[in-house]
Design a protein. Sequence first.
Length: 504
Amino acid sequence: EEEPQPQSTLAVTFAGHEPVETTVAVEAPTSVLEYVGIEPNLRVLHLYARAKPGVAADLGRVEVDGRPVGAEVQPVYSGLSYARVTLPQAWREASYHAVAVGNDDGLSATLIRALPTPAPLGIMGNTGDEVLQQYRNKLFEASLAFTPAPMDTYDRLARFGMVGSYIYRRYLNPEAETLKEPVYYDQLDYGEDRSLEAIKEHPALWAWFLEDEPDGRYHATELPRGSISRDVERANQFCRVFAPETPVYLQIDHGGYPRNLYTFGQIPDYLCTHAYALGTQNVVSASQEHVAHTRNATRPRPFYYLNTGYCVREGTRVYDPREMQLEVYAALAEGAKSLQWYPAHGERGLLNHPEMWDAVGAMNGVLHQVLPLLAIGTPVAAPSTDGGDILASVILCGDRAMALVLVNRKFTADAERFVLNPAHTKVRVRLPSFMRAAGILEPRFPEATVPVDADTAGSVVEFETDVEAGKVIVIYADESVPEQMRRERARCLRQYAVTPGVEQ
């Protein structure tokens, strides 16, 4: 016997009249928007929608702001569909829009914000001139910190072509704050040239940093969980009204409790989490798990992953740069749209470990080439691999390309050592029906991009490759893709600088 459908009664009361009531069925939509990728020009959208299990995908209708738009919905793989939408005119940056997919029987809609992709590569640390130059040398674009920065910090960022995001707060009850008082924006003047009225106009302000790990308060608080998320939402609403053109950013701990991500995931424009598993055997699996939950919690918005900047396991060993690469590629494989690092400073921080610092800079050179694609895409499948113990993921990047992320899981990492066994694998991936491969390449940095020898004649692409820690392979259907990557690599080479005295 079929279970009764859940129902809900809605009532609206107008002044001087009796309530108007109606009963509606409550059921899950037949499809959901996995992700909305927005091109930097804010005019082209890439929509990815997934039908719920057991329902045939029927997504013949796309609406933007309540109006039908011309978009050919294409099947990708089982249950997943893709549509490219070219808007009549570009959106205004930071504006809000409703995007819906479905059919004549119903639509699944969501509210998204017009933010260009990719989000800037970020680092958490100090902001003196010498330090900012080092950030720039390693191709970072954004500085983030846990303190309310004064106006001259933004002036320095602007001189170095960077942007920033900092927390503005006062402890309302300093003696009890760590136990009782969630932090929230509630005033405009933080003293010492920290007036939000002035700062909000500065071009180097990237995003309002709502709070650092409010979910971590669960473990040392007398307040209920709902009270904490309520006050984070209060800060969010203040920022959106006070400076509607500026995004909001939130750092979440997770700490092994996925519910934390789902509690806060829909509050900010950019959610960020971390596993901090560097130097352990579960660096790949823990990063995967955190990113997968973040992707689901923020859907269909972009999100960050925070990489471990600690370079030493206390009392034991210095981390191998290839461990950092494992963490990065595991995050990309699960759909991270941009990355950050923490911390830059301290005895264990990146700036005190030049070999790792240079490796992070080189990694950023690769990221600058691939993030413009990954930021408009979403994971759609796992390709088949033959040889090695490889985590493999396919990111569909609109109708222009597919990115294959390969991560080598054949390693040992413990308190005493890190041993990585390089792999050789054969990869086989089926292209969507609307895509034909024009070429395949492997972006590197500072080395030149390498073309990949592969059979691209049919709907299935096959190639062999060596995998040390990890890599991204780009299968492109549009010749503009390799040209864009070449331009980005050339730009990064002009800016990139290694640390003097470090053997390359």
